[in-house]
Design a protein around this ligand. Structure first.
Ligand code: PMP
Length: 366
């Protein structure tokens, strides 16, 4: 049976229909391998080519200079919350600087604190994470071990429209929920990490882009388990142990789609802007029914987060939306409300239909 629900889930999220068709075929027999993708050795030359093509395409999409490694790791974005401070903060004299802008940066900070000192340059919790800091509210330290932020706060629907921080301090960014949704100046980051299950593929693989200078700046720490040491993953070309073959293959299919069918990141960004504009216009048209959560200039193009006048109306909305074929619109369990996630794989037509549904729902209440 084909999916009959439009998928607005915050992740794992919607993947392009053409990719899903190719996945079905690959479950029977992956092109060029003659075997099901679910039973192909990670040591086969076929799979080495898959990993190499993922890397080549990511490099090309981002215009990544040679000095960066492109790694495919496991453990989700959560493991990066620890792995990076293990490399950069353990035994370091000065603190790392973090922005606390929402739920997911809130998860990264305690993990870094296990490894060393952390300074919060900004704490949005007293304002319940309704906005991001402006530059004049941030005092960056030139001697920080590194600077970490989350480019898109998936839960609160806040997205940076600029790159904060000093170019002289290693800049590290969790881009899990907006990676490859728009062009970025990748060379201004020393590390970017993003799990696949929003814009890139299914859960199970996390993409890490790492400037080699981070690995050579300090001698290796012999007490680090091999699995948690980036050097081991560089040395083994992301096949240190058995990687998630299926998830990596689907990621390759999504990257091909993004480059060859969509036309790259600028084209993707234009599509994403239009999708988001469609939904925010529906919110703004009925401000007494839909209250956008984020300050307008910090609105996310990936997660449209809003509340309604009462929990009962929200429940009614969710109920009617589910019957009308809209899936995944409930807000994160930490804050409730509603959230429409509109990652790369979700089409404009789905946003048009949701906007029409919202407008209808609101008009009936006037
Ligand atoms: N960072 C961000 C921005 C996220 O949205 C999420 C999960 N939605 C995570 C980190 C945690 O990712 P994972 O479950 O892959 O560890």
């Amino acid at each position: 049976m084909d999916a009959n629900q439009l998928n607005f889930s915050a992740g794992p999220g919607a993947l392009p229909a053409t990719v899903l068709e190719q996945v079905q075929e690959a479950v029977r027999a992956a092109p060029g391998a003659g075997l099901s993708i679910l039973g192909i050795s990670h040591r086969s030359p076929w799979f080495a080519d898959v990993v190499a093509e993922v890397e080549t395409r990511v490099r090309r999409l981002l215009g990544l200079p040679e000095r960066y490694h492109v790694l495919l790791l496991q453990g989700g974005a959560t493991q990066q919350f620890s792995m990076l401070p293990m490399l950069l903060l353990r035994g370091h004299q000065t603190p790392a600087d973090y922005l606390l802008t929402g739920y997911w940066s809130g998860k990264s900070v305690p993990e870094a604190r296990r490894e060393g000192r952390v300074r919060l340059l900004w704490d949005g919790s007293p304002e319940c994470f309704h906005r991001l800091p402006d530059d004049r509210e941030l005092q960056f330290a030139a001697d920080a071990a590194f600077f970490h932020y989350v480019s898109n706060e998936t839960v609160e629907g806040l997205q940076f429209q600029r790159i904060p921080g000093l170019d002289t301090v290693p800049r590290i960014c969790d881009m899990s929920s907006d990676f490859l949704s728009r062009p970025i100046q990748a060379e201004r980051f020393q590390c970017i990490y993003a799990h696949a299950q929003k814009n890139l593929g299914p859960a199970g693989v996390t993409l890490v882009i790492l400037d080699d200078q981070l690995l050579t700046a300090k001698p290796a720490d012999p007490s680090l388990p091999g699995f948690l040491d980036y050097r081991e993953h560089v040395r083994t070309h992301s096949i240190y142990n058995t990687p998630p073959v299926f998830a990596i293959y689907v990621t390759l299919l999504v990257l091909r789609w993004l480059e060859d069918s969509i036309g790259g990141l600028a084209a993707m960004a234009a599509i994403n802007q239009r999708k988001a504009a469609t939904l925010y216009a529906a919110l703004d048209q009925y401000p007494d029914v839909f209250m956008g959560r984020a300050r307008v200039q910090d609105r996310s193009l990936m997660n449209v987060v809003f509340t309604m006048p009462s929990p009962e109306i929200e429940q009614q909305f969710l109920h009617e939306a589910a019957s009308a074929g809209f899936s995944g619109l409930g807000g994160h369990r930490a804050i409730g409300g509603l959230r429409a996630s509109i990652y790369n794989g979700l089409e404009q037509a789905a946003c048009d239909r949701l906007a029409a549904f919202m407008t209808d729902f609101a008009a009936k209440r006037r």
